[in-house]
Design a protein around this ligand. Structure first.
Ligand code: PLP
Length: 456
């Protein structure tokens, strides 16, 4: 190991940080399917979308052709507070596994919000501020996105209203308080502050809420309050665009040392970190300049790619949002309450869905007990306490490295380590107590939910 010139951590100079985001859609021959208006089933126009999202973001959402979008100087300055993020050579993990594979991970947990979500939160808040808006609304489940958005809004002096799924609000007070540190207005959802919330409370008094319900409340407030728009932390094309900063930094760092990954692995909830990490590599693949194996890792409890269908569906359980064509389990699918490992979204980014349909990437699903085992093994040798979401990618990377051990292949494996697990210790506790189980939906569960998809 000593003669190896590649450092444990590859950092970039500030001057080497990306100045533009890369729009992968520009290089896709088969473009992702457009969002549809659920009423007319026609593609959503910029005008329709601009009631919900701010203008510049609508442009980014609909643009399938412009390859690069300049990152505004103010966002680049904000990035400099916590970026570039390190690309780490996992020497200790390699040693532990006794594998000839070379393993690298891009670590996005080095900021207070604890994940990659800040990369898009600052961009979305910036464009809202630039348009002269007063504030933004959003939903959050466990709280990573809400925390990231609160940080971005406080930096720019923008109001931030977060609808937080009620059971998380009550059971996970720490993220809630971090959001309040950054001045966000956090409301447990369902609440009596919106029509949709009051209706749900009347129908289901005492409900702990759901992400779908929180989205519906956040959208209602954004569209009915002067000077507010709604923002979303994953799934959308614009979010993948902003997250391309992860992949661009990784590519620059690897190029510096002449490293080429053979396999690129990322966890997939709505697809934003994976879409961002792979973007410049997938661009090369689409242009026929290089080839990479790309693997999305999802929980067996919520297996959109591996067991869902490529169809038009609602992005939310409340069915107020536009329809997106994606691999989906159906917007009425709710993963088992036993599932503690995150990545609970029923659908998937339209960009990644099209790439998967075209055979340009693979997907695997993994069980959460195996995920936590891999997380702990990783923490013990690499030091970082990983988020359960990120640990899906760790497990898949370890499995690939163990295959190399069998075959003797010296493959280079790259994976995205999206965040830290300090706020997920209740899930770790469950794992330690031996109380964690793997509840995997039956074919019938999935069929029932898919049967309720809109007929498009
Ligand atoms: C939100 C989140 C994810 C999943 O979201 P994607 O949009 O699929 O990237 C993964 N890891 C962490 C730490 C997260 O907070």
């Amino acid at each position: 190991m000593s003669e190896n010139k590649i450092p444990y951590k590859i950092y970039l100079e500030e001057s080497e940080m990306p100045k533009s985001w890369y729009n992968l859609r520009a290089d896709m021959k088969n473009k992702p399917a457009p969002l549809l208006n659920p009423g007319t089933l026609q593609p959503m126009t910029a005008e329709e979308l601009s009631g919900v999202f701010c203008q510049e973001l609508v442009k980014q959402e609909l643009d399938n052709d412009t390859p690069f979008f300049e990152i505004p100087a103010e966002i680049r300055d904000f990035y400099k507070m916590y970026r570039p993020s390190p690309l780490v050579r996992a020497y200790c993990l390699e040693e532990k596994l006794q594998t000839p594979a070379k393993i690298y991970y891009k670590f996005e947990g080095n900021n207070t919000s604890g994940s990659h979500k800040l990369n898009s939160a600052i961009a979305q808040a910036y464009y809202a501020k630039n348009q002269g808006l007063k504030g933004v609304t959003t939903e959050t489940g466990a709280g990573q996105w809400g925390t990231a958005l609160s940080m971005a809004c406080s930096y720019l002096g923008l109001d931030c209203k977060v609808y937080m799924v009620k059971c998380s609000y009550e059971q996970k007070p720490f993220r809630r308080e971090v959001m309040k540190v950054y001045g966000a207005d956090v409301t447990p959802s369902p609440s009596d502050t919106t029509n949709v919330g009051r209706k749900i409370l009347e129908e289901f008094p005492g409900t702990g809420g759901s992400l779908g319900c929180a989205i519906s409340e956040a959208v209602e407030v954004a569209t009915s309050t002067e000077g507010y728009r709604y923002v979303l932390g994953s799934v959308l094309n614009q979010v993948l665009l902003h997250q391309s900063v992860i992949g661009l930094e990784t590519k620059t760092a690897m190029d510096k040392y002449g490293i080429k990954p053979d396999v690129i692995i990322g966890c997939a909830g709505g697809g934003s970190n994976l879409g961002g990490l792979i973007s410049p590599f997938m661009g090369e693949k689409l242009r026929g300049e290089a080839d990479y194996r790309i693997i999305a890792v999802e929980p067996a409890s919520c297996p959109s790619f591996t067991r869902g269908e490529y169809r038009y569906d609602f992005c939310d359980t409340g069915m107020v949002c536009p329809l997106a064509k994606m691999y989906t389990l159906g917007s009425s699918f709710i993963p088992s309450a036993d599932h503690a490992g995150g990545l609970r979204f029923h659908g998937m980014s339209s960009v990644l869905s099209q790439l998967y349909a075209d055979g340009l990437m693979e997907a695997v699903s993994v069980k959460q007990t195996d995920v936590f085992k891999a997380a702990e093994e990783f923490a013990r040798v690499e030091g970082i306490l990983p988020a359960p979401e990120s640990s899906h990618a760790i497990l898949a990377a370890v499995n690939e490295a163990l295959k190399c051990k069998e075959t003797g292949e010296e493959k280079t494996i790259l994976f995205g380590l999206t965040g830290t697990g300090y706020f997920d210790l209740v899930a770790y506790e469950k794992f330690h107590m031996g109380e964690m189980v793997n509840t995997i939906p039956t074919d019938e569960d999935i069929r029932k939910s898919l049967d309720r998809l809109p007929k498009v």
